[in-house]
Design a protein around this ligand. Structure first.
Ligand SMILES: [Zn+2]
Ligand SMILES: [Zn+2]
Length: 318
């Protein structure tokens, strides 16, 4: 019989079997489950800061039913439950992807009902009179080169923003984790897209946009998953059938290799970027989209021009 080796948790000092501890490579700390959960919440709290964690704040939380959005909602809900007159509101957007999105929405509804969180479900159809599956079909028919992910992304963003405004939200929380952000930063570096790099990190000052926050931006994906698994959270695991993230996954592989060899590389990519942001000027979108009236760098914003190309502009509510 082999003896099970025991080690101490670096936080509480209690001894655990090695397989019960999580070793955080970049900090060199071993965590027991309880201390890991506590430490993750501490980091999120620190990331949010006192300006957000206060009275009379409503946070719209984009919920997809995946681990990131549910872990984020779990932590925010716990924080805001303790603050008088502040709350979180779940917002789910159903793009209409057959056989995919419904499970995510179901998981999201189950979560919100269990936690007693107010939630709203909106669909692409309500806003643009069409869903993503139909749009992909129309684009194919019209021989348009369209990347479903980028189309879906801009529409979802616009809808989330609209609902957050309607519900009186002060902030809109998006569940991007450290991996997502380091990938986005690296992609923009590699493409030399400084404008996008600046926009990525700074919020628009326009009152037509609810300020976006990313509470999990300092938590690696691995730890978000661990958090969800320790708490036995029931989240949607399938990848989107349209996921055409080949370039992003190449960048992700490079960062993972770096992280493997140099623990903490992912953190420094994001930390260095944040320092750089202080020197970057955000291009203020001076013009207003002629169709939807929202600030846009172009005469007609990306969403409106997509819809025009697809022949869907007439029934659009934007
Ligand atoms: Zn511990
Ligand atoms: Zn527009």
């Amino acid at each position: 019989m082999t003896a099970i080796s025991k080690s101490k948790c670096g936080k509480c000092g209690n001894a655990f079997n090695d397989d019960e501890l999580y070793f955080q490579k970049h900090s060199g700390t071993k965590f027991c489950k309880e201390c890991f959960i506590k430490d993750t919440k501490r980091k999120v709290r620190k990331n949010l800061g006192k300006n957000i964690l206060k009275n009379h704040i409503t946070i719209g939380v984009g919920i997809s039913g995946g681990k990131d959005s549910l872990v984020m909602a779990h932590i925010l809900n716990e924080f805001f439950n303790q603050i008088p007159n502040s709350k979180i509101v779940g917002i789910m957007v159903n793009e209409g992807i057959e056989g995919f999105r419904n499970d995510g929405i179901e998981k999201g509804i189950k979560f919100c009902e269990e936690y007693g969180i107010e939630y709203h479900i909106v669909t692409f159809s309500e806003y643009i009179d069409s869903d993503l599956d139909s749009i992909v079909a129309i684009a194919k028919e019209k021989n348009m080169t369209m990347n479903p992910c980028s189309f879906c992304g801009v529409i979802r963003r616009k809808i989330l923003n609209r609902v957050a405004i309607e519900k009186g939200c002060d902030y809109l929380a998006i569940g991007h984790n450290l991996d997502d952000i380091s990938q986005a930063v690296m992609m923009n570096y590699i493409e030399g897209d400084i404008k996008k790099l600046a926009i990525l990190g700074k919020s628009s000052q326009s009152d037509k946009f609810v300020k976006r926050i990313k509470p999990l931006s300092k938590i690696p994906e691995e730890e978000v998953k661990l958090f969800a698994d320790i708490l036995e959270m029931d989240y949607h695991k399938e990848p989107c059938p349209y996921s055409c993230l080949s370039y992003r996954s190449e960048v992700s592989d490079i960062i993972d290799t770096l992280e493997e060899k140099h623990a903490g590389a992912m953190y420094s990519i994001v930390a260095g970027y944040e320092r750089l942001l202080e020197y970057l000027e955000v291009p203020e979108s001076v013009s207003i989209c002629e169709k939807c009236g929202e600030p846009s760098a172009l005469k007609i914003c990306k969403v409106c021009s997509f819809l025009k190309d697809l022949g869907l502009e007439e029934n659009s509510k934007f």
